[in-house]
Design a protein around this ligand. Sequence first.
Ligand code: NAI
Length: 270
Amino acid sequence: MTDNLPLRGKVALVTGAARGIGRAYALRLAKRGADVAVVDFDLHSYKDYQLEAASMRGDTVVDEIREIGMRALGFQADVTDATTLNEAVQQIVGEWGRLDIAICNAGGGVGSPEETRASIVEKDLVDVVVARNLTGTIHTCQAVAVPMKEQRSGKIVTVGSQAGHRIADNGGYAHYGAAKAAVAKYTQYLARDLGPFGVTVNCVAPGYISTGRLAPILSALGDAQLLDDVPLGRYGTPEDCAGVIEFLSSDLSDYVTGAIIPVDGGLTYS
Ligand code: NAI
């Protein structure tokens, strides 16, 4: 008989989990039996998007995790601030005794495709996007590496993007693509560093994932044109991404490390 709670007894941290794909990660890990701590600089960020707000089943994802029956902690913190992140990790380990899984999901782009072409993107936009995606990921990984090294076990997953591997036809979002490519490469360095401690480190690289925030943007860009490049012929869902996160968080992936796994319907490599 298969165990429906493969993560029973595990403690997880998910950053950027107040809405969108990160929220799906947090809920999936809880449904598989993990206690889940979430970090987001605004635990009510779902209110910015009507479709995200409509999907909520509690005031925050913290309430939703508890509703599933698992323990939850919520931290309103910015991953670009290493000090508060370290304090959050110390509190998780202080209260729950361990930390087994870390999903470094907080991130995203800023700016329009036109203003973010490689030859003209301004320093301010570059700094924000590199801090949010690359520096925030490094801070999170370094904070969780402390207890994981001590335990001599752990599963870290970073979040890249198809944009880190594939250049958009319009040439926009150069700063975001460069930052996500760096996240993927950092992941591989970290896998080398933490392998001897029994910690796996992998990266997921989502394609076009239809969230409450992104669905209207994708439609405005042109669904038919975008989907023409996707062999599976549809946008991904947060649940599609959560399935891969579940695999990378469980013992099914114990011999997988340093991998960059596209979750993109074939967009990047076909
Ligand atoms: P989203 O923008 O809807 O949600 C991101 C969440 O992270 C928000 O709740 C926000 O408040 C939080 N956040 C952002 N910066 C933060 C920071 N510095 N500290 C703490 N919290 C922060 O994003 P979405 O679409 O759910 O994407 C999640 C991740 O997946 C991001 O890293 C994004 O770059 C990546 N991704 C998304 C794709 C998509 O199609 N939606 C495609 C490829 C990658």
